[in-house]
Design a binder for this molecule. Structure first.
Ligand code: ADP
Length: 500
């Protein structure tokens, strides 16, 4: 027996499956993108059946490509886009509406109403979250309010709610398991992260019947087994599904951040920074979110989370809208072709600024232009602006956690950019550690499943599995770095409160 684990990585734009061996190496991979549905400006939906089918196709393809015999597949783990909300008929499995995606802003007015009714403090205290359309609670309420008959049917116990982990597990187990894990539950705005239970008061406030909510389970235990009558997956029948975590928490684990103070940042379209805070439920004074990282073997770890709304998207903007560059990689060559930013700062507040600035009315700004400014300076300022925003976020985390960051582990599409990583180390004043295997999210999910299935025996095994590819250390003079950060903050002030 040569045990392997398959991770299902259900993301916002594609469903993927990756087969890992016991040393955490990728054996095979399959991926299927799927369409985004935009019914109105600011609304985003997915077809739940498409999510399911693309995920099942990826699973069977990845397994086939691995060339492994069935008995070598020890377990399946799941990681997923968080907050995305699905409601379906318990008897037929048919969704009553499309999945409302985390990015969807349709419930912003309802959130405003909740704020006006004074729920903010209670929501923060109970769930660790801010009231925002991002989280599942108001999306679920919207479906109950807007799909004809949905509320009555939900109250009669005929409908089930789930985030994407729940939807996949329910379907893959042939409707036997209706569960969600702590890391997904804590993003619904319905889950009390202190008591680790659905919160009755919040469910009542949002008029969500408790009977439609999944059972909350740990991140590493058997939820059920893959059932035979799923097309194309006959061979995998009986494989236990025994690990799940939302994408950011899975990445935190995949990066080996097991201990308080350890953190990762993902440089994708936006940036997601997460810091492990251990057994202590964190309280943020800087507008960061408090979440459950995972619960394994009866022990729950918490984390702090914050995001930069526009990171890699700044690079896309420079490429697609400004036509300043032809490819994302070109930003590195351009940035390295000049000695410094020439005094130019680019604040990519295209959709406002998140933690710790929290200014929804901020808009993008390029300041410090002179007649000598070249496109290289602007490209460089674009990359530097990402690093500055991450630095602001990490400083907020350090304040909340009461300890300085020792090392920041990184992943995501833009983490391949050498200039960006070095500048990040220079400004943040701590080493930046990029792993050899960048599929940290999938690895985290595989690890949770493999841990239960006995492929790995201990949480700390993840530390052995993860290998560094490159460590970027601060090289810039510390005073110069401080001066740059001061200038950056002057630029941020100019971008703030722009839109009325
Ligand atoms: P997501 O998961 O959010 O779709 P990815 O992790 O796939 O994002 O990263 C894609 C992002 O990374 C894009 O916004 C792209 O502009 C950026 N990116 C990719 N390669 C580079 C690079 N070499 N330098 C800077 N940014 C890059």
């Amino acid at each position: 027996m040569n045990p392997h684990v398959i991770a299902l990585d259900q993301g916002t734009t594609s469903s993927r499956a990756i087969v890992f061996d016991a040393s955490g190496r990728i054996v095979s991979l399959a991926q299927h993108p799927f369409p985004q549905i935009y019914p109105h400006p600011g609304w985003v939906e997915h077809d739940p059946m498409t999510i399911l089918y693309t995920q099942m196709d990826s699973l069977s393809e990845a397994f086939r490509r691995s060339g492994l015999p069935r008995e070598d597949i020890a377990a399946i783990g799941i990681t997923n886009q968080r907050e995305t909300t699905i409601v379906w008929d318990k008897a037929t499995g048919r969704p009553v509406y499309n999945a409302i995606v985390w990015q969807c802003r349709r419930t912003a007015p309802l959130c405003e109403q909740l704020r006006q009714e004074g729920w903010e403090e209670k929501v923060r205290e109970k769930t660790g979250l801010l009231i925002d359309a991002y989280f599942s609670g108001t999306k679920l309420r919207w479906i109950l309010d807007n799909v004809p008959g949905a509320r009555e049917r939900a109250e009669r116990g005929e409908l089930l709610f789930g985030t994407v982990d729940t939807w996949l597990i329910w379907n893959l187990t042939g409707g036997k398991a209706h569960v969600t894990d702590y890391s997904n539950a804590c993003r619904t705005m319905l889950f009390n992260i202190n008591t680790l239970e659905w919160d009755r008061e919040l469910c009542e406030a949002l008029r969500i019947p408790l009977c439609m909510l999944p059972k909350v389970v740990s991140n590493s235990e058997e939820y059920g087994t893959l059932t035979a009558h799923i097309m194309g997956l006959d061979e995998l029948q009986g494989v236990p599904i025994c690990g799940a975590a939302g994408d950011q928490q899975a990445a935190l684990l995949g990066q080996g951040c097991l201990f308080p103070g350890e953190a990762k940042n993902t440089y994708g379209t936006g940036c997601f920074a997460v810091m492990n805070t251990g057994a202590v439920r964190p309280v943020s004074r800087n507008g960061l979110l408090s979440c459950v990282a995972w619960g394994v073997g009866g022990k729950v770890d918490y984390c702090l989370e914050g995001s930069v709304f526009n990171a890699g998207s700044t690079v896309q903007w420079m490429r697609d809208e400004l036509h300043l560059i032809q490819s994302a990689e070109e930003t590195q060559t351009l940035a390295e072709s000049v000695e410094d930013n020439g005094g130019v700062y680019l604040v990519s507040a295209f959709t406002g600024l998140g933690a710790p600035h929290w200014d929804m009315y901020a808009r993008g700004a390029i300041v410090g232009l002179t007649r000598g400014t070249t496109r290289a300076h602007i490209a460089r300022a674009g990359l530097e602006g990402i690093a500055y925003q991450v630095t602001d976020l990490v400083r907020a985390m350090e304040q909340d956690a009461g300890a300085p960051m020792q090392i920041l582990r990184v992943d995501g599409g833009a983490s391949v950019n050498r200039f960006l990583m070095q500048f990040q180390a220079d400004i943040l004043r701590c080493p930046i550690d990029r792993p050899a295997m960048v599929e940290t999210t999938a690895l985290g999910a595989a690890f949770l499943a493999g841990l239960y299935a006995g492929v790995w025996s201990n949480m700390t095994d993840i530390i052995r599995i993860r290998e560094s590819n490159c460590i970027f250390r601060p090289k810039m003079d510390a005073q110069l770095a401080r001066d740059y950060v001061d200038r950056w903050h002057r630029a941020v002030e100019r971008a703030k409160a722009w839109e009325q």
